[in-house]
Every structure is written in C-alpha cells, then in structure tokens.
Design a protein around this ligand. Sequence first.
Ligand SMILES: [Fe+2]
Length: 527
Amino acid sequence: MTRPTAAHPLSRRAFLQAAAIVTGSGLLSLSSCAPALHLRYPENPFTLGIASGDPLADSVVLWTRLSLDPLGPTGAGLPGGPIDVTWEVAHDEAFRQVVQQGRSPATPERGYAVHAEVYGLEPHRVYYYRFHSGNATSPVGRTRTLPRAQDNVQELNLAFVSCSDYQNGYFGAYRALAQDELDLVVHLGDYIYEYGPNPEGVRQHSGPEIVTLEDYRRRYAQYHADPDLQAAHASAPWVVVWDDHEVENNYAAAIMEARASDEAPVSEADFLTRRAAAYQAYYENLPLRRSSLPKGADMGLYRRFSYGQLASFSMLDTRQYRTDQPCGDGFAPACAAVMDPNATLTGPQQERWLLEGLQASQARWNAIGQQVMMARYDWPFGEGVILNMDGWDGYHAARGRLLGFMAQGQVSNPVVLTGDIHSAWVHDLKADFLRPESATVGTELVTTSISADFPAQFVAPTAGGLKDNPHTRYFNGAQRGYARARITPDTWQTDFRVISDVKARDAAVSTDASWVIEHGRAGAQRA
Ligand SMILES: [Fe+2]
C-alpha cells in the first residue's frame, strides 16, 4: 500500500474524518449528484486490483473493489455510503482512443466492489480498461470480447486453473499465465481457502476460519492484494465457477463437512447463513454479471459461453445442488450408495440444462468446465476398490447418464475440464470404465493446483494405481501450475505448465507434458 505523499496528504484517519463530514453534506453521494473530483484519497484505494470477466460478443464485465484497509475489520476502511467510480474502455493501452465510459457506484452493501457491465463493444477484439475515483486511478487491464456465435474462428488460447491456496505457496502460476496473452482464463474453483492460519505455510491467512460476510470479504481482500493474482486478472477476461473452499471444505448443498466429534454441531440453518455470506462475497469479488447476484443462500452460477463455432463452454456448479457424499465421504471403500440412482452432483435442473445445451450445440469442441474428477480412479490406498467419494466416482448413476449421452455420438468432441484434486491428469472417458475395451466417449483434462498442496507422500502410491486404471493416460501430482490450451478446428492441444517451486517467489515455469486431442477422435495423445 502506498504511503501518503504531497499529492495525497491526508492520513487514513483524517480521510475518514473528512469523509464523514462531507458525507453529512452529501458530497460523498457522488453517484447521484456531486462530481467525483471532490474526493481526495490519502492512499490509492485500487490496491485490490482490477478484473474483467463473463465476456460476450458485445459485452464484458469490468470489476474492481475499493479498499484503504484490506485486512481491517471490514476489508475496506472506507466511510459508509456510495462512492463514485468511473470507468473507461479504450482500443489502446494509453487510452488515446476511448470507446466507452461510464460510472458505477461502490457501495458498502456490496463491499465497495464495482461491477460494470459494458455493452456495445465489437466482437473478438482486445480492449483496455481502467477505473477512476476522486484523485485515484486504477491499474490498466486488458480484456477481450468473444467472437459472435456464427463466426468461423480458427484459434482460441486459454488457461484453465484451480485451487489457489495462499498459505501453501506463492502464485507463480498466475504470474506465468499472465505472460501468455490469452483470450480467456477459466477458473474451476477454490479461488480462496476458508481455513485459519497455518503456521507451517510460507505465508499465513489473516484471522481464523472464515464464517461471516466480513470474514469472507477480508479473505478475498488478502488474496486480491497478491500481485501475481492481480497480473493474471489484468491480462485477460476470466470465467469463474466455484468449488467447495469458497464456502467450506467438501460441503454438499446445505450439508456441512462432517466434523470431528468434539466440535460443536452447526445447524443447517446456521450453515445456510454462512453459505449466504460466502456466496455474497464470491459475487462481490469476481467479475460476474448481475444475473449471478445471490438471493440469500442461493446463487445462479452455471452458464454457457460460445467461442464462435469453434468451442462451447458449459460451466457447471457441482456444489450447490449436490446430494451428500456417499460412504462417509473422502477416499473410502465403495459402498452400495455410490450406485444410488437419485444421487446427483448437478441437481436435476442443471443436468437437464447441460444435456439440452450439448444436444443443441453447433460448436466443434464442447467443453464442460467443472470441479471434481469425472473419470473413475481406483486409488491404491487399501484393500478392494477405493474411490474418492467427493468426485463423480461417488455419483455413478449421474456420471453414467452424462457419459451415456456422449456415447450416443450427438456431442461433437466433448472435453471435460476439471480442478479440485491438486494434480494434473489426462483420462479417456469410457462408456464403461470397468471394460477397458469399451468406447472412449470423451476426454478429461485435469489441471493441477495453482498452489494448493498434493501431499508428497501420496504421489508415488497414486502413480502406483495407474496400472489398474488403464483409461488414465497421464498423472503429475508433484508439481503446481496451470493448464494452457490452444484450440483450433482440427486439434485441442493442452500444455501442462508447471512451476519450479511453489514456495519460491521467483519460480520458473516450464511445460511438463503436452497432450493433443484430434477432432473426431476422443482421447488425447502425447504431443
Ligand atoms: Fe482445492
């Protein structure tokens, strides 16, 4: 955070006192009447960065969040009442050719976040954007609109990422993808972690496990202050979906994770109060459209994007509507409940939406961006069949319906994008995983974590299971990173990018392996 200078002479306390005074005279209600120029900040309030997201062919969401005190009680350190913020969109980074501008207030009700939905943009084009408030100007972000649905597009470059745990290391993978000049970044969840401080971590969360809206806001502020995360947001538009840690580890709809028996029980009503706080903070802190605005403990997040005729992205929410994990959750021997025909990860409505969307799609590549591993994996962690009950392995019938639909051949090149498991994988998605000779109906690409841990002692045992899971083509549990895809009408190439050391601020990045899917042939081949 910058210190006061001659140009910004007020201390924070003096600013708050002065703001309280001008609020009384209405001067801080700048969105309604007074000019923004009257507001003088003691320090730059744009220290949480800027972002863009949910692009369409003519529109994109611009995001920022004002704060003078990211780790303070409210994560804001700003006076009550709306604060005027203006934004500009330009063809060039120097803002000589501004094509649109507007104003959007930052209000305490939304944690001083700004979501500007800009329309009237040209398709498939790079734009630059920035915000102003009073005497302060934000960093500049680069964004892109999507091509129109009917456009014949020859190339798309994107990254897909998940699991950025602040405590387990630095965000070198975010810094690396910011250099890639991508068209899109897809975040598959675990954007924050809810835990209290870990003394063994390379850096610590501020405050205990987060529960209240103020807690979640402060935690997002801590993450947003990270320069590598800021660089990644500033480099390209993001499309985000959550996993569990944006609320609580392995929660299922209104059901909390099973806790140690000596912990005080939490009622479902209290958990839904927590979920409402978590969803509200998620909305506030990511570049989402008004259509995702939460209503109490509910928030509509699953949605679809088309990248011309080249690719369609169905983005799933596998947490809000799922039934509870079977067989006691975790990695456990398979019990009868994994076959429950009523068990669901998506809920029936989202499942119908997914299948109907896949059926109607004219896209060459049909990606499903979601959280937990879809392919079966029999983990060699004990006698008999051991499955990860939090993944699709715990929801056999639901997976069977989706893969059965793919097996009918009506979906052009289905590619499932997955996070959650803190390790990189490539799987053939089989019509029947227990019959290796059965058809491969799709391809699953699992990105490793940006920084969250895959315990080193599990890497070798997990790899030991590859011989019993012949549909699994690649596994790397030892390294953190991201997945980068170059998609053309003929091929989908994925580079599994890895950083040299998650505990080092200046880690180097390289490609561990590249896998290619050819149009019309499910399953990836090593490049
Ligand atoms: Fe995670």
